[in-house]
Design a protein around this ligand. Structure first.
Ligand code: ATP
Length: 759
C-alpha cells in the first residue's frame, strides 16, 4: 500500500470517528434540549402556582415581589439555556456536513512531536471535553493555516507569539460527511482546491470562502489595529468576501461584547444586500445589519421631499443633456475641500447668520424667526451652536407651557370640544369619577380636563417640532452656505430645485452634515463597526458624514478606483486614498483576481491604466470574444444570447451602459421569446438565469457568462467610459462576449488585441 493510500485510509477513518462523535453529541443534546423544553413549558404553565400573592401588608407585597422575581429569573435562565442548546445543535448539524476543511501539523519550539490541528467552521471537543478535535478557523492557532506554508510559523497569543514549525499542510473536500478529496500543499492555500472552487457555476447568493482564504485576505479579516481600514482590491480579488469573513471573525473574537447588531454594512443596492446575505448564516453567525446610503438619507428626508437616487444621478450624467451648472455644482459638492469650507461657514455663524423659521400655532405665527435669532445671539458666544440651540429649545418649551395654560379658556377650545369623539368623553368622565371631589363639582372638573386635553393635542405638533430642534431653516442655510462661499450660481440652482422639494444626490450628504453640525445630532453609539463596500463611489463628504454619525465606530472601506461609475469619482480624489494626517489608518492592497478565468483577466486588465499589476489566477477558459454586429445588431445579439442560454452555462447577464439600453434589449429578447429578467434599482432578487441590467447595478455581483451589449466607440468613447466597460467585463466568471455595433473604441484596440478573438 502506498503512503498516499495509507494516509487516505487514516484520514477517512478519522473523519468517520469524528462524524460519529458529532452524531452522538447531537443525540445527547437533543435529549437534554427536550427535557429543558419540557421544563420551560411546565414553568410557564405553573408560573403562578408557586408564587404566594399577598398584598395586605407592605412586607407581604415585598415578599410577593421577591417570589415573582425568583420564578421569572428561573424561567428566563431555562429559556436562555434552551436557546444556547438550540444554537449548539445548529453548529453540530453544520459540522456533520463537513467537520473540517484543513489541517496543519505544528511542532511548537521545545516540543518533540507535531500536533495535528484540524480546522473547521466551529470548534469541536472530544468526548471528555479535554482536547480539540477541530479548531474554529478564527482561533489564534488557526491563523497559521492561512498565513504560512510548511516551514517556520508562528501565531499570536495573549502571552506573546508562539513559534514553531509546520511539518504538514493538508486540505480536504468533505461533503455530506464523506471525504471526497484531499491535497497536501506546499503553498499557503493550495491551488488545486481553489481551482475546484472557482471553476463552479455562480450561485444566486455569495459563498463563504472560509476554506480557502488567501494570506493577504487573512490580513484584512484579522486586522484589529486600524480605526480605519482601507482595502483597495482589483475586481474579483475577494474584497466583499474578506469583509464578510472579517465580520464573522470579529464576532467570534469579541463574542463577549460584540454582536451582529453592532455591525453595519453599507451596500450599493438591494440586489447586492440580498446577494451577500447568506454568508454569515452559513458560518453560523447572525446576519449583520445592511443598508444603503440612499435608504439612510431617505429616512431622514423632510416630509414631502424627494431625493434623487444615486442611480438616477448616474443616468443623468450619462445622458446627453447635462447642464453645465450641475456639473460645476457636482465638482464643488464632492470635492475634498468642501468639508473645510463647511466648517469655516459654521464658524462664521457663531456671531451672526443663523436663520430660524417662524413657529406656528393654529395657523398664526407663535414665535418669529427674529425673536429666536435675537435670543440665540444674546447667549454667550463661547458656547457651541448646538449648545445654544439647546437653550433656545428650553426657552421655547417654557413659553409653550404658558401658552398652553393661556389657551384653555379660549372659545376655539369650546368648538373643538364639541368635535371630540365619544370614546374621549367616556375616558374623561371615568377619570372625573375616580377623583370625584366631596363638593361634587363633577361638571367643572370634566370641563377643565376636556379643555386641557384639547389644547394639549393641538399644541403637540409644535412641541414635537421644538423637541426635534426643528427651528433652523435648513434649506435657507444650505443655500446660504454656497452664497457665502462665493458660489452664487450654484446657490441659485439649488434654490430652484428646493422650490419643488427636490434634493439631488450630491446635495444629500452636505445638507445633512450641515444639519448635524448645527444641531449636534446624537451619535449611533451601538454601532461599533461599519463596512462600506464600493467605497470608490463615495465622495469625501459622504464618508465624513458617516464618520460623524458613528464616531465611536471602526470603519472598513472596500473598493476599487477602476470601478468608479459616478461622474464625480473620476476627478482623482477617492476615499480609498489614505489621509496622511489621520492616525490609525491602514491600507491593504489585493492584486490577485479570483473571479474570472485567466484569459478574461488578461483581457480586462488591459482596459485600465496600471492594469499590468493585476495578477490572474491560473484558471483556463475561452478567450473573450468580440462580435461585430453592425446593421444586424439586434438579430446578432439575440441569436448569441439564445445560443448561450441553450448551452446551460449558468447565469447569462447582458450588460448595458444605461437603463434605457437594458429596457431596449429586454424588449428584443422578449420578442424572440426569451424569458429574461430586467433588473432595476429596486430589484432585490434574481429570478431568471438570463438577466439584463445596466453596468452600475451589476457592481459587486458576478455571472457565469457576460455579454456586453454594445462595446462600440459610439457607446464607450469618454475617459470615464473605460471604467464602466471594465466593471461590466469583470463581472464574468467563465465566458465574456462583447458585441460591437460599429467601430471598437481605442481603449479596446490599443494593446488589448491579442487577448480576444473576433467572433
Ligand atoms: N480565497 C478565496 N477562495 C475562494 N474563492 C474566492 C476567494 N477569494 C475570492 N473568491 C471568489 O472570487 C469571487 C470574487 O469575490 P468578491 O466578490 O468578494 O470580490 P470583490 O473584490 O468584492 O469583487 P468586485 O470588486 O469585482 O465586486 C467570488 O466568487 C468569491 O467567492
Amino acid at each position: 500500500m502506498s503512503q498516499e493510500h495509507r494516509d487516505w485510509q487514516v484520514e477517512k477513518q478519522r473523519l468517520q470517528t469524528v462524524t460519529s462523535l458529532i452524531k452522538k453529541k447531537k443525540e445527547d443534546l437533543q435529549e437534554v434540549s427536550a427535557d429543558l423544553k419540557k421544563d420551560v413549558i411546565e414553568l410557564r404553565r405553573t408560573f403562578w402556582d408557586d408564587v404566594t400573592v399577598n398584598i395586605d401588608e407592605p412586607d407581604d407585597v415585598l415578599e410577593t415581589q421577591a417570589s415573582m422575581k425568583q420564578r421569572a429569573e428561573l424561567l428566563s435562565e431555562r429559556e436562555r439555556s434552551h436557546g444556547l442548546l438550540h444554537q449548539q445543535a445548529k453548529t453540530l448539524r453544520r459540522l456533520e456536513e463537513a467537520p473540517y476543511f484543513g489541517r496543519i501539523d505544528f511542532i511548537e519550539d521545545g516540543e518533540k512531536e507535531a500536533e495535528p490541528i484540524y480546522i473547521g467552521i466551529a470548534s469541536l471537543m472530544d468526548e471528555n471535553d479535554e482536547d480539540f478535535l477541530v479548531y474554529d478557523w478564527r482561533a489564534p492557532i488557526s491563523s497559521m493555516y492561512y498565513d504560512f506554508a510548511p516551514g517556520r510559523a508562528q501565531y499570536p497569543t495573549i502571552e506573546g507569539d508562539v513559534e514553531g514549525e509546520i511539518t504538514l499542510k493538508r486540505q480536504y473536500i468533505v461533503k455530506g460527511g464523506e471525504l471526497e478529496g484531499m491535497f497536501d500543499t506546499g503553498l499557503t492555500i493550495g491551488d488545486e482546491l481553489l481551482q475546484a472552487l472557482l471553476g463552479q457555476q455562480s450561485t444566486p447568493q455569495m459563498k463563504s470562502i472560509v476554506a480557502s482564504i488567501q494570506r493577504e485576505q487573512n490580513q484584512v479579516i484579522r486586522n484589529e489595529r486600524s480605526k480605519i481600514l482601507i482595502v483597495r482590491g482589483v475586481a474579483g480579488s475577494g474584497k466583499t468576501s474578506a469583509a464578510l469573513q472579517r465580520v464573522a471573525y470579529l464576532l467570534y473574537k469579541h463574542r463577549e461584547k460584540l454582536n451582529a447588531g453592532n455591525m453595519l454594512l453599507f451596500s450599493p443596492n438591494p440586489l447586492f444586500t440580498r446577494y451577500v446575505s447568506n454568508v454569515l448564516p452559513e458560518l453560523g453567525e447572525d446576519n449583520l445589519q445592511q443598508t444603503t446610503l440612499f435608504h439612510h438619507f431617505q429616512k431622514r428626508l423632510p416630509k414631502g421631499w424627494q431625493l434623487e437616487s444615486p442611480y438616477a444621478q448616474i443616468e443623468y450624467f450619462l445622458s446627453e443633456q447635462v447642464e453645465p451648472i450641475r456639473s460645476q455644482g457636482l465638482a464643488v459638492k464632492t470635492s475634498p475641500e468642501l468639508s473645510d469650507q463647511l466648517h469655516a461657514y459654521l464658524a462664521s455663524l457663531s456671531d451672526s447668520g443663523l436663520m430660524f423659521k417662524d413657529l406656528y400655532f393654529r395657523g398664526d405665527v407663535w414665535v418669529t424667526k427674529m425673536q429666536m435669532e435675537q435670543y440665540f445671539y444674546q447667549l454667550d458666544e463661547r458656547m457651541s451652536i448646538p449648545n445654544r440651540l439647546e437653550l433656545v429649545v428650553e426657552w421655547l418649551l417654557q413659553m409653550l407651557q404658558i401658552t398652553e395654560k393661556e389657551e384653555r379658556p379660549n372659545t376655539w377650545v369650546d368648538e373643538e370640544m364639541d368635535l371630540l369623539d365619544e370614546e374621549t368623553y367616556k375616558r374623561v368622565f371615568e377619570k372625573v369619577n375616580e377623583n370625584e371631589d366631596e363638593l361634587g363639582n363633577d361638571q367643572m372638573m370634566e370641563e377643565t380636563l376636556l379643555r386641557k386635553l384639547v389644547v394639549r393635542r393641538k399644541i403637540q405638533p409644535l412641541r414635537k417640532q421644538i423637541q426635534a430642534f426643528d427651528l433652523v431653516d435648513m434649506e435657507k442655510m444650505y443655500i446660504q452656505f454656497y452664497r457665502w462661499a462665493n458660489n452664487k450660481v450654484i446657490a441659485e440652482e439649488i434654490g430652484y430645485f428646493f422650490q419643488d422639494k427636490k434634493l439631488h444626490w450630491e446635495d444629500a450628504a452636505p445638507f445633512f452634515y450641515l444639519e448635524d453640525q448645527l444641531k449636534g445630532r446624537p451619535a449611533y453609539a451601538d454601532i461599533r463597526h461599519i463596512f462600506i463596500d464600493e467605497a470608490q463611489d463615495y465622495a469625501s463628504i459622504q464618508i465624513l458624514y458617516l464618520q460623524n454619525l458613528f464616531p465611536t465606530s471602526r470603519m472598513t472601506l472596500l473598493g476599487d478606483a477602476n470601478q468608479a461609475v459616478h461622474a464625480h469619482t473620476n476627478a482623482g480624489h477617492s476615499p480609498l486614498i489614505e489621509d496622511p494626517s489621520a492616525q490609525k489608518q491602514e491600507t491593504i492592497t489585493l492584486l490577485r483576481s479570483y473571479r474570472s478565468t485567466q484569459p478574461i483577466v488578461e483581457f480586462t486588465k488591459r482596459l485600465i491604466p496600471n492594469g499590468e499589476q493585476i495578477e490572474s489566477f491560473e484558471r483556463p477558459g475561452p478567450k473573450p470574444e468580440i462580435m461585430h454586429t453592425g446593421d444586424e445588431h439586434e438579430k446578432d445579439l439575440c441569436s448569441l444570447v439564445q445560443e448561450l442560454t441553450k448551452r446551460d452555462s449558468g447565469t447569462v447577464a447582458v450588460i448595458t451602459k444605461t437603463f434605457a439600453g437594458s429596457e431596449q434589449i429586454w424588449e428584443w429578447l422578449d420578442r424572440e421569446g426569451m424569458s429574461a429578467q430586467l433588473i432595476h434599482e429596486q430589484t432585490s432578487e434574481f429570478k431568471e438565469d438570463l438577466l439584463v441590467l445596466p453596468v452600475y447595478l451589476a457592481k459587486g455581483i458576478e455571472f457565469d457568462v457576460v455579454v456586453v451589449s454594445d462595446a462600440s466607440a459610439a457607446e464607450y468613447h469618454l475617459e470615464r467610459d473605460r471604467y464602466l466597460l471594465y466593471t461590466a467585463c469583470t463581472r464574468a466568471m467563465h465566458e465574456l462576449y462583447l458585441c460591437a455595433n460599429g467601430e471598437l473604441p481605442p481603449l479596446i484596440t490599443e494593446g488589448v488585441r491579442q487577448s480576444y478573438v473576433q467572433g
